[in-house]
Design a protein around this ligand. Structure first.
Ligand code: GLA
Ligand code: ZN
Length: 675
């Protein structure tokens, strides 16, 4: 079922606008410029807490009233922020508890932003109060299309309020100290707890010898869960506050770079009415990396369209080297977002500020103050195109037959693990498989361990180290019913408490995969093993599992070392389906090959055969199909079209098998009707 994110009748276009940073006399000219660029949506009030609440019991909304009127009179939709992402200085002075304490135990002073302790009762009280006041005051503005709670939640706090809250969270999770002692394996290194008050937060002063190295993995893992939950509670409290007055306005918060490690976004996604996120790739990032973030964001929102809340029209300010987006790239990446499910394309920022750290961050309206800039022209061109597209595409969704499993708790557990190798980075392994499939234009969803797998023909779960309750059963059923499952080395080792599942690796996955992994060898960068698969030799590095077959067949064997001749890639026929195991980190070419073979076997096809560097993604609503062709290459490319269709950006019609020319960085959106 397709569903719109916002009540707009076109892809929303606009972004963060901070008129409070400018004299009022300039606002009308801003509106002229923004209208010229076909901007129709303003994200307002993101950092205005100090302006709106000058002291504990004083609120001042007059300026925001004027800004809301300005937006309304120019027929702009508003994504209204609650403004709580930076607490006011007076609050920090009067109530130091709102300040965070860092990993090293230092209580911060006032400064920067995203700076509040999530467990401070004062912070919660006043952030919720502000959200509620805003909703009450502006509830009758029917141009408010969404609420934007706070901004880019993240970070950690190790203060005393958090420590107290951690104990409460643990009581809820474990019930008794006995249960907690078992889960935390506290008989190791004399950690037994006899009183809840003995429990302290795992930081530099306690369990950690660096941010990523801990002596007590489960304690650190629970802190990560707790911190994510604590911050999520802050979101939920503001969510409820705005819903009191505007129950029909959908609520979001802008998530960071798809896979932000600090927060379990999958859990967050369930509490948000719609997903929005901020896309800031560097010019060197592969288009598959960006695509992964889009797919992840869409997937945590249950497959519904999402909002691209921020991107820069040109440069960033916080990279070490802030290269300009080359001509055409902003447009290309905007359509890439739409292709993967975005129903809104928004920028940070609409107007370049004159002071502090974002004055050189790209903007639609530059310091020069007029429309005669390259960036403005590109923004206006895209705005014109989105205007012409009207309600096309809105609400359409994808229909992937393949899924990649990605899980935050697994991520934390893998990277806290002492051994087998610090080189093992979960995202790298995820991206190896994602990229292989994505470069072949296989549409992908990104599922969690809790998700139903029955809609898919292929599920790839790289490094499924932690098997949370029920996931093995879901995988078992999925394979039995004819699905193909792929996993890798270092899978099935531990349960959700990070305690080893005894009886042989890969633990609960052993029967599905038909193997027993006896040992795992870690290789330094300088050392490689190798194997031959289908007549082709591939190198094997980083980790090498030593595998015994228990029903599976070996598809390839190691060629070197004392385990030469033992299996490295295996396949097990299980029920109606197949379970593959890749026991090492092979060289890149292998992923493409294996995934291509599996997709062929499972009859999973791309929407169109496209040359390398051309991304092809489809969105559909009912009988309407939209195929996006995105040329990420520097040179022109040609695609032979799968059916007769209309190209929406030019209005040109094409016949089946006709060649479509894509310019360098070019985009085509092909529409056809089914039946
Ligand atoms: C983030 C924030 C914005 C802005 C941009 C700059 O995404 O949400 O407020 O600071 O970064 O890139
Ligand atoms: Zn705190």
């Amino acid at each position: 079922m397709w569903e719109k994110v916002w009540k707009t009748d076109k892809i929303a276009y606009g972004g963060d606008y901070n008129p409070e940073q400018w004299p009022e006399e300039t606002w009308e000219e801003d509106m002229r410029l923004l209208e010229l660029a076909h901007v129709d949506t303003l994200t307002l009030n993101v950092f205005s807490w100090a302006a709106l609440q000058p002291s504990e019991d004083k609120y001042r909304f007059e300026k925001l009233d004027k800004i809301m009127e300005l937006a309304k009179s120019h027929h702009m939709n508003v994504c209204l922020a609650t403004g709580t992402a930076a607490h006011p200085a007076w609050m920090a002075r009067k109530y130091p508890e709102v300040l965070r304490t860092d990993f090293y135990g230092t209580r911060r002073k006032f400064g920067a932003r995203h700076n509040s302790c999530p467990n401070s009762p004062i912070y919660r009280k006043y952030s919720v109060r502000l959200a509620e006041k805003l909703a009450e005051r502006y509830q009758n503005y029917d141009n408010i299309i969404g609420w934007h709670i706070s901004n880019e939640y993240g970070g950690e706090c190790y203060c005393e309020n958090c420590e107290k809250a951690f104990r409460v969270w643990l009581r809820k999770r474990y019930g008794t100290l006995d249960e907690l002692n078992r889960a935390w394996n506290t008989s190791f290194w004399g950690h037994t707890f006899y009183d809840w008050e003995e429990i302290v937060l795992p930081d530099h002063r306690t369990e950690h010898f660096s941010e990523n190295e801990t002596t007590a993995q489960t304690i650190s893992l629970d802190y990560k869960r707790f911190n994510s939950d604590s911050i999520l509670e802050c979101f939920c409290l503001e969510y409820e506050a705005v819903k009191k007055y505007t129950p029909d306005v959908p609520v979001t918060t802008n998530l960071m770079e798809g896979a932000y490690k600090g927060l379990d976004y999958r859990k967050w996604g369930k509490c948000m009415d719609f997903i929005s996120w901020d896309n800031y790739p560097s010019n060197e990032d592969s288009y598959s990396k960006i695509a992964f973030s889009h797919d992840l964001m869409r997937s945590i929102g249950g497959g519904k369209p999402f909002v691209l809340m921020e991107q820069t029209p040109s440069a960033q300010n916080w990279q070490p080297v802030n290269a300009l987006k080359r001509p055409g790239v902003m447009r290309l990446w905007s359509y890439q977002a739409v292709a993967h499910g975005a129903d809104a394309v928004l920028f940070f920022q609409l107007k370049r500020s004159i002071g502090s750290c974002e004055k050189y961050h790209g903007a639609v309206i530059d310091h020069v103050g007029h429309e005669h800039t390259r960036v403005f022209r590109e923004v206006a061109q895209l705005g014109g195109e989105l205007f012409e597209l009207g309600e096309e595409i809105l609400g359409a969704c994808g229909r992937a037959k393949a899924a990649l499993m990605f899980d935050w708790e697994n991520w934390w557990a893998i990277e806290y693990s002492a051994g087998p190798s610090v080189k093992l980075k979960y995202l790298d392994e995820i991206m190896n498989y994602y990229t292989a499939l994505h470069q072949q234009n296989i549409p992908l969803d990104i599922v969690g361990q809790e998700d139903d797998l029955s809609a898919y023909k292929l599920v790839v779960a790289p490094v499924l180290y932690m098997t949370k309750p029920g996931v093995d059963e879901r995988i078992r059923e999925f394979v039995k019913a004819g699905g193909t499952f792929v996993t890798t080395f270092f899978s099935g080792y531990v349960d959700e408490r990070d305690l080893v599942v005894i009886g042989g690796y890969p633990g609960r996955l052993r029967d599905i995969l038909g193997i027993w992994v006896e040992e795992i060898d870690a290789l330094p960068d300088s050392k490689k093993n190798s194997f031959v698969y289908g007549g082709q030799a591939y190198s094997a590095g980083m980790l090498c599992d030593i595998i015994h077959l228990e029903g599976a067949e070996a598809l390839a064997e190691y060629q070197d070392d004392f385990y030469a001749g033992t299996p490295v890639v295996t396949r097990n026929a299980f029920g109606q389906g197949q379970a593959y195991y890749v026991g090492t980190r092979p060289e890149e070419a292998f992923y493409g090959r294996l995934m291509a073979e599996i997709c062929q076997r499972q009859d999973i096809c791309p929407a169109v055969k496209a040359p390398s560097g051309v991304e092809a993604i489809e969105r559909s609503r009912g009988k309407e199909h939209y195929l996006f062709l995105l040329n990420h290459k520097e040179g022109a490319q040609e695609v032979s079209l799968p059916c007769s269709c209309t190209e929406l950006l030019t209005g040109d019609s094409y016949q089946e098998k006709e060649q479509l020319q894509l310019a360098a960085k070019g985009v085509a959106i092909l529409k056809w009707m089914e039946g």
